[in-house]
Every structure is written in structure tokens, then in C-alpha cells.
Design a protein around this ligand. Sequence first.
Ligand code: 3SL
Length: 225
Amino acid sequence: MLPLYDLRGRVAVVVDILRATSSIVTALASGVTHVFPVAELAECQALGAQHGCLTAAERDGRAAEGFDLGNSPFGYLDGVLPVRGRAVAISTTNGTQALRRSLAADAVVVGAFLNLGAVVEFARAQQKDVVVVCAGWKGKFCLEDTVFGGALAERLADSFDVSSSDATLAALHLWQQAKGDLHGYLLQSAHVRRLNSLEANKDFAFCLRVDEYPAVLPIWREDRL
Ligand code: 3SL
């Protein structure tokens, strides 16, 4: 779907609730200095060597072998590996690919439920159309990313026309259904089932915390967030 949209002149909010953008927000909230999101594992390793930074990588939901971290937000919180003051190069199956594909936008920011308020404030201040780039799963629709789009649209409804696109209307409808019990609503989603089979249900619950980090806004600058 993304090739159908011209991102020039717009703000791209890239979202991969489970779990890439939630992990990036958590990394920066935990004292990581900046994040290099890259598409390929080899590039991630090369950046790690070049900048002396930590490396984080995931493929098909599992931590990729040979990297410091996987894609769990708890990798930045559990204290096993000190992250404060370090930079991180990260490559994931969908989230970092979506970020790299969004660079034509005037501004590219990382969105998650964890930093929803920060994204709302940024979008209001920019006064430009916003495109929510849902990472999905290998080109397929993911419920949790679209529900986030609805939550964002609801908060921006006072300053944007959120009824001009059917995609936004659909996202708003899903959010209305979900918001009373976000956790319960998303339990049946494909990626939650995938994560549960990988014993990552703790990550699922964490990634749904709304405004846990209301002041963290990862913005793309040059080659990093
Ligand atoms: O595809 C991605 O970018 C990941 O967020 C998927 S996972 O949650 O790590 O399985």
C-alpha cells in the first residue's frame, strides 16, 4: 500500500507496535543515545563494528544469532546488558524496513502506544498531513498497527480532518472497538498468537501501555533516530 502514497510534504509516523517501534521508543527512554535502523542483518553488524555500538536483530519473531539484543523492549529494561549511553544498530523483519521505506517524507517519526502523546504533539506542531505507515507482517495487514492509527486519529481529530480517508475511518472504528480492552481485543491477532508461541506475551502487554513514555519522540535525522 505504501507505494500508493506520496510521502513528500507529509509527516510519516512509522508504527510496528509488536514490537520494533515499541522497542525503539523503550531503548531511547532507557538512555540509548541513538538508534540506527537498518534493513539487512549484515548492515547491522557492520554498523556495530564501525560505530562500536550495540546490535539488535530479529527475524521471524526470534532474536537473530550473533547480535547483542533481540527485539524485546525488556532487552533495554532488564539490566542484563547496560544500554545507557550506548548507540544501537537494529534490524527487524518488518519495522526497520518500514522506516527505511518512509524516508521520502518531510519528517519521519517512530510511533507506539508507549509514546502516543509525543507523536500527537509533534503532528499538531508540524501542521502537515500525516501518513501512518503500518509495518504489518511481510506485506500483510496487522491489526495492532491499524488500531494504533485509530488511536492517533482520535487524538488528532480536533486539529485534522480525519474523515477524508476510508483507511483512517476504518482505523478509527477499530480503535473504538478496541480501546475499552485493548489487551483483550488484540489477543486473537495473528502476531500476538505468534509472540505467545515464542513466549513473548510479557512483551505484548508492555507494548500496549499507553503514554508510558510521553516525552520520547524518535525523529529520523540523517541516518539515525
Ligand atoms: O517485524 C518486526 O519488525 C518485529 O517487530 C517483529 S517481532 O515482534 O519482533 O516478532
